[in-house]
Design a protein around this ligand. Structure first.
Ligand code: SF4
Length: 366
């Protein structure tokens, strides 16, 4: 199904709200514990040895003395603060495997955020993910270790753009990928992730749907449904850099190589893939199929995290780093838990409207 029409992104913000003042209101309320010791010694080595075992395949032993004191301090502070850490699949192995309580793609993290039993959520991912957690948990303190962790998709469209689209296409339902700001979520009918985009579009029972902001995910969905899709021209700066040509070269070198791609990639890249799916879908595919050699056409850390779990699979790595995801580090997570910053704050009226579209997605079971 061809895309009938697309629109250019407006002069958008960077997808991240203005900086939040420090120290946070939560730190004023709850106090700031003493800075834990961060020296590497035999006690730290003993206490963290089981965690290093999880990442031995992807983190050299020489690096562990730097990570381990932070890992120990963060895990102790989580208990003291009654906090949980939600980490996206693109987080680095020492975060994903050693301090996270829940890991997953955007949909899995949104579902965990909806049922989490803790006073504080630390979101190790990008800003729109932390906003989604706050939208679903308005009474909890939601922190992001670096509030500048944005996203090119979230920056591609604003709430005002959605209002203009609605004026141009009256009555046409609007689906927003979760990679959008709270402002945008407040203006749409329902959210989706790359795991459930097709189900969400078809759940609306409409002939035509506006799907934003990812033009490539829109094309991928349009190729699998009879619903006419009106798309926006946003793109993920990480996935749009892959090319079909580089994948063909890898395949020529090794015809048995398996290629799996994320639907944020351009269509010609997806056409080269043996499987296309969300990050959670890609991980499940590798766990189930156990290929000898595989290329994961997505952000680099995901291959590291799956490699840590499945050292017998060889991951060929034409991968691209997401500079926003990489803003999150162990020292910043520790700082975030100590000083309860950066606290995610959303206008309550916007949060209430955005919650409707996120709740509708989270409760969709198909
Ligand atoms: S990988 Fe792409 S979609 Fe994901 S956070 Fe980075 S820029 Fe956004």
């Amino acid at each position: 199904m061809p895309i009938p029409q697309a629109f250019g992104p407006s002069a958008a913000s960077d997808g991240v709200p203005p900086p939040i003042s420090r120290p946070s209101a939560a730190a004023h309320r709850l106090g700031v514990p003493a800075m834990p010791g961060l020296e590497w010694n035999s006690e730290v080595a003993r206490e963290t040895a089981h965690l290093y075992e999880r990442i031995r395949a992807v983190v050299p032993a020489i690096e562990w003395p730097f990570f381990a004191p932070y890992v120990r301090a963060i895990n102790a502070l989580k208990k003291e603060r009654n906090a949980v850490i939600l980490a996206h699949n693109y987080q680095t192995p020492e975060i994903y495997n050693c301090v996270a309580d829940f890991v997953g793609d955007s949909l899995q993290l949104a579902r965990e955020a909806a049922k989490v039993d803790a006073d504080i959520i630390v979101q190790c991912g990008v800003h729109f993910m932390a906003e989604t957690s706050k939208i679903l948990n308005p009474d909890k303190t939601v922190l992001i270790p670096d509030s500048k962790a944005g996203c090119s998709l979230a920056a591609a469209i604003s709430g005002a753009d959605v209002r203009l689209l609605r004026a141009q296409y009256p009555g046409v339902p609007v689906v927003a990928y979760v990679n959008t700001t709270a402002d945008v979520k407040a203006e749409v009918d329902i959210c989706c992730t790359s795991s459930n985009a097709l189900d969400v579009v078809e759940s609306l029972g409409a002939d035509t749907v506006i799907f934003l902001p990812d033009q490539y995910l829109a094309k991928y969905v349009a190729g699998q449904t009879k619903v006419k899709i009106i798309s926006w021209q946003g793109a993920c700066e990480v996935h749009e850099r892959f090319t079909a040509e580089e994948l063909r070269h890898y395949r020529e070198d090794d015809p048995s190589l398996q290629i799996i791609a994320h639907p944020e990639c351009p269509p010609d890249v997806i056409a080269e893939a043996d499987y296309t799916g969300s990050t959670a879908g890609m991980i499940d595919w590798v766990r189930t199929r156990r290929p000898r050699r595989v290329v994961m056409v997505t952000e680099c850390s995901m291959a590291d995290n799956v490699q840590a779990e499945l050292p017998d699979v060889e991951f060929v790595r034409p991968c691209n780093l997401c500079p926003h995801m990489k803003r999150i580090t162990l020292p910043k997570i520790l700082d975030s838990l100590l000083h309860l910053r950066e606290e995610v704050v959303i206008d309550p009226a916007i949060a209430a409207k955005a919650r409707r579209s996120v709740d509708r997605m989270v409760s969709l079971r198909r």
